[in-house]
Design a protein. Structure first.
Length: 285
């Protein structure tokens, strides 16, 4: 199956250098690549102009910030590839990451979005997620209606049927995909991806991203609280999309807000167990 990847960045040159290097690390990995810059002023666009690789199909150095969804809709609407991926500038990918994901798609016509695990190795707990791990032939999937989209491959057909991306975030598209009957989730055994923008990452630059500003997680503690909530949903929540939409979704949201409020009462503003970036850096030295 053919693969088209969109790499998209904005004003994070340090991350961009590392992310592009990881994306192109395996010269035998087959895909067509579009490099897109969203109005950077820190040298990122100039760096992307220097990247040389036969898989680079085109470069878009935009003077306007179209965000991830705008860029993806523009690129993928013109694609004829079977599988698509949008890679942000803060992911470090392992060599060959597309191969196991593409194998799932080749064997499983109903596969929608199949992703690597980018929530941190220390957060992966298969025992907690056993109730939503399903086997399809030779493949095991930790099912969830959405995975964030980054470091995942999704079928172009499924994306088009879901109505493409709307607004500035992607989860609603993945939920529509799941509602249409497609299987979304994380491949097992997990393919681990480093998310450099996590404040506890050894690669964290110390700057607050546009995405964190949009989420309102500009402080490290808010980012940690949000991350724990995502991990909790992925590992402990149900896999069926119906529990995340309509009255069931509203009920879950209220229960989650209550859980977070009780957690603050019990533990205070700081959640227990937050890893320190300096400790992660020591592990990578």
């Amino acid at each position: 199956m053919t693969i088209e990847i969109l790499f998209i960045g904005c004003n994070r040159l340090g991350y961009t250098r590392q992310a592009v290097a990881s994306l192109l690390a395996d010269p035998t990995e087959e895909f067509a690549l579009t490099l897109w810059d969203n109005a950077s002023t820190d040298g990122s666009r100039e760096f992307l102009e220097t990247v040389q690789d036969p898989r680079v199909k085109r470069r878009v150095l935009s003077r306007e910030n179209f965000y991830l969804t705008g860029a993806a809709n523009e690129v993928f609407a013109k694609s004829d590839a079977d599988l698509l991926a949008s890679i942000p500038d803060d992911f470090l990918l392992p060599p060959g990451w597309t191969r196991p994901l593409a194998a799932v798609h080749a064997d499983l016509p109903q596969a929608g979005l199949i992703s690597c695990w980018f929530l941190g190795k220390e957060f992966y707990d298969e025992k907690r997620a056993v109730h939503k791990i399903q086997t399809f032939g030779r493949h095991r999937i930790l099912r969830h209606p959405w995975t964030g989209g980054g470091a995942g491959l999704f079928k172009r057909k499924a994306w088009e049927e879901a109505g493409r991306f709307v607004g500035k975030s992607t989860p609603d598209c993945w939920e529509r995909m799941a509602k249409n009957g497609y299987i979304n989730g994380f491949i097992l055994p997990p393919v681990f991806v480093e998310h450099m923008d996590d404040p506890w990452s050894a690669y964290y630059s110390g700057t607050v991203s546009v995405m964190r500003k949009m989420r309102g997680t500009v402080t490290d503690e808010k980012a940690w609280e949000f991350h724990l909530a995502v991990v909790r949903e992925v590992l402990d929540g149900p896999w069926d999309v119906k529990y995340y939409r309509g009255w069931r979704g509203r009920l879950r949201s209220r229960a989650n807000r209550l859980r977070r409020q009780l957690s603050k009462i019990w533990f205070g503003e700081k959640q227990p167990g937050r890893p320190r970036a300096e400790d992660r850096r020591a592990q990578t030295d």
